[in-house]
Design a protein around this ligand. Structure first.
Ligand SMILES: Nc1ncnc2c1ncn2[C@@H]1O[C@H](COP(=O)(O)OP(=O)(O)OP(=O)(O)O)[C@@H](O)[C@H]1O
Ligand SMILES: Nc1nc2c(ncn2[C@@H]2O[C@@H]3COP(=O)(O)O[C@H]3[C@H]2O)c(=O)[nH]1
Ligand SMILES: Nc1nc2c(ncn2[C@@H]2O[C@@H]3COP(=O)(O)O[C@H]3[C@H]2O)c(=O)[nH]1
Length: 676
């Protein structure tokens, strides 16, 4: 992996160009030279004021690679010594490293190790710390006193305390590019031995290489490649970042790179004949690849690829490496995106889906009543002023509160995921708005109320009602999971009924686009519903939704979730003990229901029903669902078991009553919500 750093020749301060008459005394770094009348006219020097780093000397990303350390044999298996120092010294060294253009890209862990491994040395007035033209064996940070930079016999400038120097010879394997002298008073420096520096770089470099190999192994395309080939790919990869909205590839342009997404997601679009607008074709995410077509067939990019919020990190390979390492894979060679079909039969204009209600402006809406209060603000029932039969739920989120709790990314994720979902089992999000105080989500109004409120009023549900609710959730999960989205916040509070009594999933604040072969580590969810792997921070994926489905079944049938305690810590302890420790309320939860709950709530994610080879069909085929009319559910012909009366588009009688909001938040103008 590499990152290119370009050095400008005037990067260094060259104010003082006075000439010294000196005689040369040879020594290594740190030799104390008794006289500063050394002659600095050196052979083998770079042109005046210019750092000439040849291409082969350009730094590999984050320091010296394992290869060059191995070649010198210097850095193998040495122990890294540590030297105690006070807080101020540590801070001085760290700041000096971070202030140095060539060192500031190191990892935090590398910087920390460097700080710990430096030791101090004093230099008396008249001595040279570093001599131009010699091999460098130390890296320095000036701690006390004044230092002189001398090149070709001329003083280029002075440095006080807190400057890192001597890094060039060490990073680029060249001789010292200047001398550093101590002109007047005694000085102190912090020093790091070259071999220790290289050991620190190599260790973390190897670790990073291994991390990349592990990631590549998780990429389905590369699954069958040997470790050898994966290591080669990892070695030539470059990391590229694209911010949201950036065109990574433009259809019609020529192309020379192949991309694997290591985080974030992209949208693939294509211009179809006779259409002005580009058509969105698919979303790709972590572990997916793109850009192979132009490298395989012709030079021309066959589609556009655009980074989605909050930006994308890709690992890229150039044409040669692609051809050598990947281009021969049968999956790549046989890839068929169905372009021919699509280009032959572009969707007719009248069948092209128009965004719904995109003509509605915030000013066209009038508040009827408050439907609910969430963590970030209210959800209002609003009416379209030009057509009173049209009502919506307008979720109003206080921007300042979002910023204070650093939830910007979650809010964007909620917006992007909900906007992209069009399922009868998921509450629709039509549009978003923003002003100085709020961001707004224009949602489909679900006027049957919350499943949670009905459960609270009835205590528990029978098998028939529970089956219908759980079936709606399964359809919603099927829709989300096939699109690589995990939900992560299942509970009765997030299930709303529409006016026909069908259930819809709302509140996508914790949902995430994850793809199929990756995991995520962010702890989120509701304590009673979180899966053991989330608590144990082992990394989780869509299997947490199947766990939560088992918990939901239990709560709907029994009136309470299986793992509940007075505080979350205790709840987590119960969850970790497992579902087999639970005494099921037998009169509420029958044998087949119990069997399904236990199959969903297995400790090991891979053993959960829904997560195995048969996928979500395995749940639908369980005995508890025997005879259930799945087709009728999807066609909405199956009668819903809960029918809450909804007497019109403005009827809020299925919701609790809420007073007016007196808390008007302050303006939030940082512009994080520019894409709302
Ligand atoms: N589309 C909708 N139709 C009808 N009522 C809704 C809709 N969306 C939300 N509500 C009501 O508003 C309440 C608050 O919703 P919101 O999603 O903000 O709350 P929340 O679940 O606490 O979310 P958050 O965790 O984002 O704060 C819900 O409990 C529900 O009663
Ligand atoms: N070549 C050069 N080196 C400088 C200058 N100012 C400070 N230095 C430091 O002097 C050091 C001499 O040894 P290195 O070449 O290893 O690394 C060099 C830099 O860290 C300058 O203007 N030119
Ligand atoms: N042509 C085409 N490319 C797609 C599609 N989906 C994803 N892509 C990727 O988008 C990339 C655009 O650049 P390339 O043509 O090099 O390679 C393309 C594919 O890797 C699709 O449906 N059609």
């Amino acid at each position: 992996m590499s990152l290119k750093i370009f050095v400008s020749s005037d990067q260094y301060n060259m104010q003082h160009q006075s000439v010294l008459q000196q005689t040369t005394t040879f020594g290594q770094d740190g030799d104390i030279l008794t006289s500063i009348q050394a002659q600095h006219a050196m052979a083998n020097r770079a042109p005046q004021g210019q750092l000439s780093l040849s291409n082969s000397c350009l730094p590999k990303k984050q320091g010296v690679s394992a290869e060059s350390s191995d070649a010198t044999g210097e850095a193998r298996d040495i122990t890294i010594p540590k030297y105690d120092k006070d807080f101020r010294s540590k801070q001085l060294i760290k700041d000096a490293i971070m202030d140095n253009d060539f060192l500031k890209n190191l990892d935090t862990s590398q910087v920390r190790e460097m700080v710990d491994s430096m030791y101090s040395k004093e230099f008396t007035a008249g001595s040279l710390v570093v001599r131009e033209g010699q091999a460098g064996i130390h890296l320095f940070v000036s701690a006390e006193g004044d230092f002189e930079v001398i090149k070709g016999g001329k003083v280029l400038g002075h440095m006080g305390p807190g400057k890192a120097f001597g890094e060039l010879a060490i990073l680029y394997n060249c001789t010292r590019t200047a001398s550093i002298g101590v002109p007047v008073t005694d000085t102190k420096v912090w020093m790091l031995d070259r071999k220790v520096f290289q050991q620190i770089m190599m260790r973390t470099g190897l670790q990073r290489l291994q991390d990349n190999i592990n990631f590549l192994k998780s990429v389905p395309l590369l699954h069958n490649l040997s470790n050898d080939v994966l290591a080669k790919i990892a070695d030539v990869l470059e990391v590229e970042f694209y911010s949201a909205g950036a065109y990574i590839i433009r259809q019609g342009a020529s192309g020379d790179s192949f991309f694997i997404i290591s985080s974030g997601s992209v949208k693939v679009t294509q211009r179809l004949p006779g259409r002005l607008e580009e058509e969105e074709i698919r979303i790709l995410q972590r572990g997916d690849y793109f850009g192979e077509q132009a490298l395989l067939k012709e030079d021309c990019r066959t589609a556009s690829v655009i980074a989605l919020h909050p930006g994308v990190e890709c690992l890229t390979l150039d044409r040669d490496s692609f051809n050598q390492l990947i281009g021969d894979l049968s999956e790549i060679k046989e890839k068929d995106y169905g372009d021919e079909e699509r280009l032959k039969n572009p969707p007719c204009a009248q069948f092209v889906e128009q965004p719904e209600y995109d003509y509605i402006k915030l000013d066209d809406l009038e508040v009827v009543a408050t439907l609910g209060i969430g963590g970030f603000g209210r959800v209002e029932l609003v009416q379209y002023t030009q057509d009173s039969s049209l009502t919506f739920a307008l979720k109003c989120l206080k921007k300042q509160h979002i910023v204070d709790t650093q939830q910007q990314e979650h809010v964007y994720s909620e917006r992007n995921i909900m906007m992209s979902c069009k399922s009868p089992f998921i509450c629709r999000l039509y549009q978003t708005f923003r002003d100085s105080k709020y961001v707004y989500m224009l949602l489909e109004a679900c006027l049957g109320g919350e499943v949670w409120t009905i459960l609270r009023d009835r205590g528990c549900f029978d098998d028939h009602t529970t089956r219908f609710i759980v079936a709606c959730v399964i359809e919603a999960f099927d829709y989300l999971h096939t699109r690589g989205i995990i939900y992560r916040d299942l509970k009765p509070e997030n299930l709303l009924l529409d006016s026909s009594g069908y259930v819809k999933l709302v509140d996508f604040g914790f949902s995430k686009r994850l793809g199929y072969s990756s995991k995520t580590w962010t702890f989120c969810g509701t304590p009673e519903y979180v899966a053991p792997e989330t608590i144990l921070n082992r990394g989780h994926d869509r299997a947490v939704d199947y766990w939560a489905l088992g918990i939901l079944m239990h709560e709907l049938l029994a009136g309470n979730p299986p793992f509940t305690a007075s505080d979350p810590m205790k709840t987590y302890n119960l969850i970790l003990k497992g579902i087999d420790k639970i005494d099921f309320a037998k009169h509420n939860i029958g044998r087949t229901a119990q069997s399904l709950i236990k199959k969903l709530c297995r400790d090991a994610p891979s053993e959960r029903l829904g997560y195995q080879r048969g996928g979500i069909q395995d749940i639908k085929k369980h005995k508890w669902f025997q005879g259930f009319d799945w087709d009728g559910l999807v066609a909405r012909t199956l009668p819903a078991p809960i029918q809450q009366p909804v007497r019109g588009p403005c009827d809020t009688s299925n919701f609790d009553c809420f007073g007016k909001d007196s808390d008007i938040p302050q303006d939030e103008l940082s512009n994080w919500d520019v894409n709302f």
